[in-house]
Write a protein that binds this ligand. Structure first.
Ligand code: DX5
Ligand code: ZN
Length: 225
C-alpha cells in the first residue's frame, strides 16, 4: 500500500485560500482533508457546503470529507447527491453516532465515493473491526475532534497498532488514516504502528515551505522499517 499525506484545510489561511491551494498543488499531498463540524458532536463549528462549493473541482487533488456531526445518517445523503462526480473522493463519518453504517456505506459507495469510519480517542478499535466489510478506510483520531493545533494523544498509537495487526492477519487492504496533532517531529511514530494516510493541519500550514515539509513527511511515511 502506498502511504501518503493529506492536508487538513481548516488550518489554512482562509483569507488566501486560492494561494493556499496553489501551494498545496506543488506538494506531494494526495488528498485535501475537509473538516465539517456541527457544534453538537464537537464543540466547534467549521465549514460546510457553501465553502465546499468554492473548493470542489478547483484542483486535481481529491477532497476527503470528515464529518464531525451528530446526525451523519441524515446529512451525508445530501452531500453525496450534491458532490457525486466531483473531486470529492472520500466521506468519513464517526462510528459513535452513525446509526446505520451498512446503509450509509452502500449509498456513498454506490456513487463512486469511498466510505470511511472514524473513532475518537476514547472509542474502542472494535467499532472499526466489526464494520470492516463496509468501509474503504479506517480513521483513528489521535486528538479529541473539534480543533486543529492540539497535541497528539499517545495512547491512540496502541489502537492503530492493534488495527494494523488485525488487517495484516486477515489480509485486508484497508488504509488506516490518522488525524490530529501530527507533525514532522512525531510522524515516524505513526509510521511505526502502521498508519497509511497521515492527516496534518498546523503541521503543514504553520510551516514556511509546504512542499519541503510534505516532502520530508512523505519520505518518513514511506521509508522501509
Ligand atoms: C480535528 C480535525 C483535524 C485537524 C488536524 O478535529 O479533525 O483534521 O484539523 O489539525 P492538526 O494537524 O493541526 O491537529
Ligand atoms: Zn479531520
Amino acid at each position: 500500500m502506498n502511504n501518503f499525506i493529506s492536508a487538513s484545510i481548516i488550518a489554512a489561511d482562509f483569507w488566501n485560500l486560492e494561494k493556499e491551494f496553489k501551494e498545496l498543488n506543488k506538494t506531494k499531498i494526495k488528498l485535501i482533508h475537509y473538516d465539517i463540524m456541527d457544534g453538537h458532536f464537537v464543540p466547534n463549528i467549521t465549514i460546510g457546503s457553501c465553502e465546499l462549493d468554492s473548493l470542489v473541482n478547483k484542483s486535481k487533488i481529491g477532497l476527503d470529507l470528515h464529518f464531525m456531526v451528530e446526525n451523519p445518517d441524515h446529512i451525508v445523503p445530501f452531500f453525496v447527491e450534491k458532490y457525486k462526480n466531483t473531486t470529492v473522493k472520500n466521506i468519513t463519518v464517526h462510528s459513535e453516532v452513525c446509526v446505520n453504517i451498512k446503509k450509509l456505506s452502500r449509498l456513498v459507495k454506490k456513487h463512486g465515493i469511498g466510505f470511511g469510519l472514524a473513532i475518537n480517542p476514547k472509542t474502542s478499535i472494535n467499532r472499526i473491526i466489526e464494520n470492516l466489510k463496509y468501509i474503504d478506510l479506517a480513521l483513528v483520531m489521535t486528538v479529541e475532534p473539534g480543533f486543529a493545533g492540539q497535541s497528539l494523544i499517545k495512547s491512540c498509537l496502541t489502537k492503530i497498532s492493534k488495527l494494523n495487526s488485525y488487517l495484516k492477519k486477515n489480509n485486508l487492504d484497508i488504509p488506516i488514516q490518522v488525524d490530529g496533532g501530527i507533525k514532522l517531529d512525531n510522524i515516524s511514530k505513526l509510521k511505526e504502528v502502521g498508519s497509511n494516510i497521515i492527516v496534518s493541519g498546523t503541521g503543514i500550514f504553520n510551516t514556511k515551505n509546504y512542499k519541503k515539509t510534505v516532502d520530508e513527511m512523505d519520505k518518513i511515511i514511506n521509508e522501509d522499517l
